[in-house]
Design a protein around this ligand. Structure first.
Ligand code: HEC
Length: 171
């Protein structure tokens, strides 16, 4: 969000180029490799070992995943087409997985059961697991998500009071 504010100060043409070059938390724009079947196959192994326990063996997520539990935390959403993982750009998915939701939304007090994988998986493994997830999406969702990648539209959404990562990004 800081980047956008800087762009606003500089002027409109800069916003467009700034959004195109959005690099998020780590200053790098990471792209997934959902059509590289070797990467996807590695990613499936990583998924079953590290993600399936919460996000489901079939990527189906946890029951009632839109409702917070007694601790105020969200259950794990599905990663298949019924969820909203496909609403987000490659780079954002990479950063949520690497740094955890709190860091990505700039609110480290945000409580989430989604672990940060920076010290557990290397960057190539994170790319692989998300490439596997992306590879499972049907054509319509794939196409929609590529448009998000093109515009980095996530970064244009207005700031909210950030009740949650999902609420914030979906508004
Ligand atoms: C201990 C349970 C748990 C594990 C294991 C887990 N997640 Fe999550 N994940 C969550 C929860 C809970 C959320 C919802 C985040 C929130 O609180 O807003 C989430 C959210 C996400 C999101 C954001 C989805 C969206 O639509 O906004 C991504 C991407 C993600 N997880 C990827 C992964 C990947 C990749 C792995 C394995 C490397 C993984 N997760 C392992 C619990 C988990």
């Amino acid at each position: 969000m800081r980047r956008i504010l800087v762009a606003v100060a500089i002027g409109l043409p800069v916003i467009a180029s700034s959004l195109m070059a959005a690099t998020g938390t780590d200053g790098v724009q990471t792209r997934l490799q959902a059509d590289n079947l070797a990467v996807v196959a590695r990613g499936e192994i990583v998924y079953q070992a590290h993600c399936a326990s919460c996000h489901g063996v079939q990527l189906e997520g946890q029951a009632n995943w839109r409702q917070r539990n007694a601790q105020g935390r969200l259950p794990a959403p599905p990663h298949d087409a019924t969820g909203h993982t496909w609403h987000h750009a490659d780079d954002l998915l990479f950063e949520i997985t690497k740094f955890g939701p709190g860091v990505v939304i700039g609110d480290t007090s945000y409580l989430s059961d989604m672990p940060a994988y920076a010290n557990i998986l290397n960057d190539a493994e994170i790319v692989a697991v998300l490439s596997f997830i992306k590879n499972t999406w049907p054509d319509n969702e794939r196409q929609w998500q590529e448009e998000v990648n093109g515009t980095q539209i996530d970064w244009q959404l207005p700031e909210t009071d950030k009740p949650s990562l999902l609420d914030k990004i979906l508004k």
